[in-house]
Write a protein that binds this ligand. Structure first.
Ligand code: SF4
Length: 179
């Protein structure tokens, strides 16, 4: 059975995504690395939710000890409007490296289930990282299953975030709401 390392951005996007790849016959594990989630305690809340989901669903979870917030801001400073590409690259490159180091055959990301993300850009960045690192990136458009994923986690009463992750997205979320 092929081994797939799934970058997990949050429990709510992971729930169905993991199911999908399991149904495709992959032996799956999750990988947590999200230095784009600010502030740090928000990152910890989302990580705790993910750990809880992993326990309940029997998903092995690798948690990166790295929270590279300085690297994140160095990458996006001066071109904040295009920050998501750097954000995806930072996280997917680390996932690919971790997959290679731990004997996985391929990597993917739960970001592909979210209709709120720049879907086409995730695919471009994932494929570019795959070519650079020499490991396969598994792509699937799971956006139609986004609500299914939310339904899986609803009875678990896990912490649910209100914005994408970075401070820019938090600012945009609440200023748009007030308009
Ligand atoms: S909006 Fe989301 S994907 Fe884009 S840079 Fe911020 S955290 Fe990353």
């Amino acid at each position: 059975m092929s081994k797939l390392l799934i970058h997990v951005c949050c429990a709510h996007c992971a729930a169905y995504t993991v199911e999908h790849w399991r149904q495709q016959g992959y032996e799956t594990a999750g990988f947590w690395y999200n230095p784009n989630i600010h502030p740090y305690m928000e990152h910890q809340s989302r990580l705790e939710s993910m750990k809880s989901l992993a326990e309940r669903t029997g998903l092995p979870l690798i948690v990166s000890p790295d929270y590279d917030i300085i690297e994140y801001f160095r990458r996006v400073a001066g071109h904040e409007a295009e920050r998501c590409g750097e954000c995806f690259d930072l996280r997917l490159a680390k996932t690919a490296t971790t997959a290679l180091e731990n004997g996985y055959d391929a990597f993917t990301t739960t970001l592909l289930i979210s209709p709120h993300q720049k879907h086409d850009l995730i695919k471009v960045v994932g494929e570019r990282v795959a070519e650079a690192k020499g490991i396969e990136f598994l792509y699937a458009d799971l956006r139609k299953r986004y609500s299914d994923s939310r339904h899986i986690t609803k009875p678990m009463e896990l912490y649910r975030q209100q914005y994408c992750g970075c401070v820019y997205s938090e600012w945009e979320r609440y200023t748009q709401e007030s308009k």
